[in-house]
Design a protein around this ligand. Structure first.
Ligand code: FES
Ligand SMILES: [Fe+2]
Length: 356
């Protein structure tokens, strides 16, 4: 398990899985260096337990679910959703007092299973409001997940500095070089940091072009990325013609509302969850598949390989310790790094104070 020296914020919500990943089978996943088994109770409530039997430490995920309990594959001890042993098939069948597995608070929201891995009481109010994901046509929302072998903060940096789109990405999301000359507008509010870019381009971004009133003609564009601790980035992007407002709610603009969430598996591996909801072409479920394929192609062929090469060249996860050259587009990601570092240090300090 991770300890207080591991560099993760603990008293916060991370995405553990897509809701759709938890079905009939036990799911084993390492989060923050901790191996966890997930399943659903008979009423559908999700459960997370440490994936290690307290007897001889067999992974519970190799066992089976029996009603609302999970049964260890090795000698058959059973544990309930709170991690308490409910059955010992051996000897006098007495349940040893130490037979308990740590359990973790979960919350199911916006199509994700969120997990709280810190010692403090889980606080549902800490999750930002992403309810825009919950309303709209069922076919206008698409989810995906991939595991990527790099430090999670490199993925946060990548999404918080979208100027790389001008240089790294191909035709489908090109801005015709319009982001790099701009200094992104930053806004900080209630611990969240937003960076926005606004520009005009002809033709419009290809992901939106066909849905505009005049395809191929100049359109105004806006993108905003909003970071919230620990590793949630809400990305809103859209465009319009004829000075119409660019908001997800406006029928005059062609927009999408995305959430990128990174959960560290370990120092060099990240669970990358992604959802996109659009306000146009809402009934086409097949178009969802195209959106998700495009996300995978862009990340796996363009962003991901650069992040791996960067990580190898850095030889440390501490980007700022390398005294990097910083340019105007770094303002948001650097501020996020500093904020996250301060939050982690604060959490460690509190823990040490309580322990002394
Ligand atoms: S290791 Fe689990 S019951 Fe023995
Ligand atoms: Fe990218």
């Amino acid at each position: 398990m991770s300890d207080q020296n591991t560099p993760y914020l603990k008293n916060t919500w991370y995405v553990a899985a897509l809701s759709t990943e938890l079905d009939k089978d036990l799911l084993s996943r390492v989060l923050l260096d901790t191996k966890i088994v997930f399943y659903r109770k008979e009423d559908g409530t999700p459960v997370a337990l440490l994936d290690r039997c307290p007897h001889r430490f067999a992974p519970l995920s190799m066992g089976k679910q029996c009603g609302n309990d999970v049964v260890c594959p090795y000698h058959g001890l059973a544990f309930n959703s709170e991690g308490n042993c409910t059955s010992n098939p051996h000897g006098n069948k007495r349940i040893p007092t130490k037979a308990k597995v740590p359990s973790f608070p979960l919350m199911e929201k916006h199509g994700f299973i969120w997990i709280w891995m810190g010692d403090e009481v889980a606080d549902e109010n800490q999750l930002p409001d992403y309810t825009t994901l919950d309303t709209g046509h069922d076919n206008a929302i698409a989810y995906t997940y991939m595991k990527w072998p790099c430090h999670y903060e490199l993925i946060i940096d990548n999404v918080m500095d979208l100027s790389h789109v001008d240089h790294l990405h191909g035709e489908i999301i090109t801005t015709r070089g319009q982001l790099s000359p701009q200094i992104p507008k930053l806004e900080e509010n209630a611990g969240q940091l937003a960076a926005s870019w606004e520009w005009k381009q002809t033709p419009p971004m290809l992901i939106f072009n066909d849905f505009l009133p005049e395809p191929g003609k100049e359109a105004s564009h806006r993108v905003t990325v909003t970071w919230a601790k620990p590793a949630n980035i809400q990305l809103s992007i859209g465009c319009s013609q004829g000075n119409q407002p660019i908001t997800f709610e406006s029928e005059e603009s062609v927009s999408q509302y995305d959430l990128h969430v990174c959960t560290p598996e370990s120092e060099n591996s990240t669970h990358y969850f992604f959802v996109t909801r659009r306000n146009h072409h809402v009934e086409d479920a097949e178009y969802n598949q195209i959106k998700i394929q495009n996300m995978h192609a862009a990340f796996e062929l363009e962003d991901g390989p650069i992040l791996n090469a960067v990580e190898e060249a850095m030889e440390t996860p501490d980007f700022l310790s390398l005294d990097p050259v910083l340019i105007s587009s770094d303002a948001a990601p650097v501020r996020v790094r500093r904020t996250l570092k301060a939050l982690i240090e604060e959490e460690h300090k509190t823990k040490l104070t309580l322990a002394s």
